[in-house]
Design a binder for this molecule. Sequence first.
Ligand code: ADP
Length: 265
Amino acid sequence: NSSVTLSLRLIPYSENLWLLVARDVSRLLHLEQMRRDFVANVSHELRTPLTVVHGYLDMLDPEEHPDWAPMLAEMQRQSQRMTQLVEDLLTLSRLESQGSLPEEESVAMSAMLNTLAREANALSQGRHQVTVEDTAGVDLWGGHKELHSAFSNLVSNAIRYTPAGGSVHIRFRREGPGAVLEVSDTGYGIPAHHLPRLTERFYRVSTSRSRESGGTGLGLAICKHVLNLHQARLLVTSEVGRGSTFSCQFGAERVRPREALEVLP
Ligand code: ADP
């Protein structure tokens, strides 16, 4: 196979002259593909041994071995974390290799918001005030599973990066012909110079805080990829010490009338 991929750039040179710069990026694309395949294969291979370790750990009863209890608890926590990391890596590889969504459907947003609020409350365990506001009155057209994973990453971040006593607001609203799903928190906030890099894999504002909070470092990368597949944008505004707002902006082509629920007598 001798196909070549060229990257072309047109650069203004003088008043009526342009330069066309062609760069052979075939090798770069090939390396990128190798990187993706490698990550996908390693993650896949790690799945089985992890399931076994996790399974046996679950069988050890800390009451039978009281001396081991703290070590067992820590091993369980870490193996849970590793499992989540592997699952997130697989999700990300799948999203990266997909040029389009495998399945598109009308995604019922009131049910979605209820699910997100339930997840937020479960994660918060009563330490935050979680509120939901739904003024859009429409649904979204896209991948149900993918959208849920994008939104739930934002919600889980909002809870994890907001100290106890703070609040998290999940809002779905119209904006022009499109619609926006917004997650705001009153948490730590993010210094402005970090914002452009937040969606890079494993990019973290504070490594220790993120580790402690139990994240994998892949949440926003997953969110960004999901939104790309929906031709949607992720916007963030944040103020240190006051909180952050992450908004997913969907275009008119993603908006669908909400199906009216018939109330039976
Ligand atoms: P992680 O698993 O580390 O949370 P993410 O990709 O979800 O990974 O987020 C990347 C980084 O962005 C986090 O480590 C954190 O520093 C920062 N971040 C994300 N969401 C928030 C938020 N709501 N408030 C403050 N910082 C956030």
